[in-house]
Write a protein that binds this ligand. Structure first.
Ligand code: SF4
Length: 373
């Protein structure tokens, strides 16, 4: 029998609030002095949380007892339970967290290069995922639930505090489809970009989507300042359909239209399309021809980010780097930039498409994630 799960406090979570929202909750009435004191306490609280790494309100000693007591009256400070932090030979670290309802998620800390002081945190936006992309371990788990904003922010707070580093970049490329959880993702991004706390630049936040067309359109309409990247999978429609069932809901042409609108928002800059290189499936001459056709008809300029397939299940085979290089050489004359993306943390199942692999291997954990128990 598992121990009963702790209930979440009913007060709003600290990590879901911007400094202005926290100051409003702290209150102080209409008097200017009280409002200024509330703003000052809000800013000091977020510094204690994100810069000092205080694990509880009680540990925020810089605030003083009376101000800590006021804080505890208006907000809660729930934490994800960190259950693993596995360093990889390439310098990245895979983290696993248990949510208050028992569901499991993963995050990855990636140094920009060996010895770099700049780090990217790859976060999950959902526990599991409903999109069922065939090249992805998370897709095989199914969806337990979407994360709350505080659960997204707390991944970054805990990962950086554990490693004693600051995040310069953030990517929503962990478990889940971020654009299926828009409100929480945008609130988390608002918290993480503010000048108090994590201070990640808005343009250094990348949201990767499998292609949720209406949400891309809403992103464009709202002129969100973050960067979108698009998971192409394959440029051959039938292959993309097999790899990414989302294509049944949103056809390829509709996706290309939405990407073109996004490109206009970005004033015609190159849009990143992510391509999964799978041996004997997406690395043929027909795939080269389909990409040439895409380059000719797309109403936007793109950079093709080629990601060698990481082993997930036994349906597809991973190519060697030599095979990927030989295939991408055929793309060079097509007139669009091609980048080969090295996927950090492969030896710890933290590479692209591999998050959730450990959960798949453990039936008990897998069922916890599926049910969000
Ligand atoms: S690639 Fe992304 S959208 Fe597709 S199943 Fe995996 S987590 Fe979900």
């Amino acid at each position: 029998m598992n121990a009963p799960l702790p209930a979440l406090p009913s007060l709003p979570a600290l990590q879901a609030l911007t400094v202005a929202e926290l100051a409003e909750r702290i209150g102080g009435g209409g008097a200017a002095a009280a409002a200024a004191a509330a703003r000052e306490l809000a800013a000091a609280t977020l510094r204690a949380l994100y810069l000092d790494g205080a694990p509880t309100i009680d540990a925020m000693r810089s605030l003083g007892a009376a101000r800590r007591a006021r804080l505890a009256e208006v907000v809660s400070f729930p934490r994800l339970e960190r259950i693993a932090a596995e360093p990889s030979a390439d310098g990245s670290t895979r983290f696993a967290f248990r949510l208050h309802d028992g569901a499991l998620i993963e995050s990855v800390l990636l140094p920009h290069h060996a010895g770099s002081q700049r780090y990217t945190v790859c976060v999950s936006s959902q526990a599991g995922c409903a999109q069922a992309c065939r090249f992805c371990a998370t897709g095989k788990l199914g969806l337990a639930r979407s994360l709350a904003a505080w659960e997204i922010v707390d991944q970054v707070a805990q990962v950086t505090a554990h490693a004693g580093v600051r995040a310069s970049d953030l990517v929503f490329m962990g478990m889940g489809e971020p654009l299926a959880n828009e409100a929480a993702v945008y609130q988390a991004a608002a918290v993480m970009t503010q000048s108090h706390g994590l201070q990640i630049g808005a343009r250094r936040i990348t949201i990767s989507t499998a292609g949720v067309v209406p949400a891309i359109d809403r992103f464009v309409a709202a002129a969100r300042p973050y960067r979108l990247v698009f998971s192409l999978g394959s440029a051959v429609a039938e292959k993309r359909l097999r790899l990414m069932p989302i294509q049944e809901s949103f056809g390829f042409d509709a996706l290309l239209e939405s990407i073109a609108a996004y490109a206009r928002l970005r004033r015609g800059k190159h849009v990143t399309l992510e391509y999964v290189a799978i041996r004997d499936f997406t690395m043929g001459d027909d795939d080269v021809a389909a990409l040439a056709d895409l380059a000719a008809r797309a109403r936007f300029r793109f950079l093709l980010n080629v990601i060698p397939f990481n082993p997930v299940g036994d349906e597809f085979a991973a190519p060697t780097m030599a095979e990927v290089r030989a295939w991408t050489a055929k793309l060079r004359p097509l007139g669009f930039p091609v980048k080969l993306r090295f996927s950090g943390g492969r030896d710890r199942n933290a590479g692209c498409g591999q998050l959730g692999t450990a959960l798949l291997a453990d039936p008990q954990r897998r069922s916890a994630t599926r049910r969000g128990r």
